[in-house]
Design a protein around this ligand. Structure first.
Ligand SMILES: [Zn+2]
Length: 211
C-alpha cells in the first residue's frame, strides 16, 4: 500500500491514526481534498471511523481513542507490514552478523599477530644465543689462526695435525740422543729431560687424535 494513495491530515494525532490504519493493511479510504471528512474502514468494513479534516477542541482526544480502537481490528492484511518488518529485520540481522564476524575476525587477527610476535621473540632469543656462540667461536678461530700462522706459517690450513706431529719425531729423537750423553743430575739437563718427556706425552696424544 503506497502512502501516496492515502490522505494526509493537518492534525498529527489523526495523521497517526491514518498511518496506523495503513500499517494494519486497511484499504486506502476514498477521499478528496474538497470533502470535509474521510471514511476510514477496515477490509471487512466491520471497523469504521469517520475522520473530519478540521476537528473541534476535543479532536486530539478523539484521535487518540480512535488510535487505540484500531488495535482491536483483526481484519487487516498484515502481509505488507510484516514484509516491511522482515526487510528491516533482515537488514539488522545482516549488520549484527557482520559485526559479530568483525569481532571474530579481530580476535583471529590478534591471534595471528600474537603468534607472529611469539615467533619473532623465539627466533630473536635463539638468534641471540647463536650469535653469542658465533662471536665466541669466531674470536677463538681468529686467535688460533694467528697462533697457527706464527707456528706453522700461513699455509697451515692445508696441514694435517698428525703429519705435523710426525715431523716433530726426528727432533724429539735428536734431543733424546743428545741429552743421553749429558750429566743427568745437572739442573739444565734435568729441565730439558722434563721438557722432552712433556712434549712426548703431548705428541702421543696427537697420534690418537683425528682432525
Ligand atoms: Zn476490522
Amino acid at each position: 500500500v503506497s502512502a501516496a494513495d492515502w490522505p494526509s491530515h493537518d492534525n498529527p494525532e489523526w495523521q497517526r491514526v491514518l498511518d496506523k490504519a495503513r500499517g494494519l493493511g486497511w484499504p486506502a479510504p476514498a477521499w478528496s481534498k474538497s470533502h470535509p471528512s474521510i471514511n476510514l474502514k477496515c477490509p471487512t468494513g466491520a471497523c469504521a471511523f469517520l475522520i473530519f479534516k478540521t476537528g473541534g477542541k476535543n479532536t486530539d482526544r478523539v484521535a487518540i481513542q480512535t488510535y487505540r480502537k484500531l488495535d482491536r481490528c483483526t481484519h487487516g492484511d498484515l502481509t505488507s507490514s510484516v514484509a516491511k518488518v522482515d526487510v528491516a529485520l533482515n537488514t539488522a540481522d545482516r549488520l549484527v552478523s557482520g559485526a559479530e564476524v568483525l569481532i571474530s575476525r579481530g580476535e583471529a587477527q590478534a591471534r595471528v599477530e600474537a603468534a607472529l610476535a611469539d615467533i619473532d621473540e623465539a627466533v630473536g632469543e635463539a638468534a641471540e644465543a647463536l650469535e653469542a656462540e658465533f662471536d665466541q667461536a669466531g674470536a677463538a678461530l681468529t686467535d688460533l689462526d694467528d697462533r697457527a700462522s706464527e707456528l706453522l706459517g700461513s699455509d697451515h690450513q692445508q696441514r694435517e695435525p698428525a703429519t705435523v706431529a710426525a715431523e716433530a719425531d726426528p727432533h724429539l729423537r735428536a734431543a733424546k740422543i743428545d741429552l743421553a750423553v749429558l750429566p743427568k743430575r745437572a739442573d739444565v739437563v734435568i729441565d730439558r729431560q722434563t721438557r722432552l718427556a712433556e712434549l712426548r706425552v703431548r705428541r702421543d696424544a696427537i697420534s690418537s687424535h683425528r682432525a
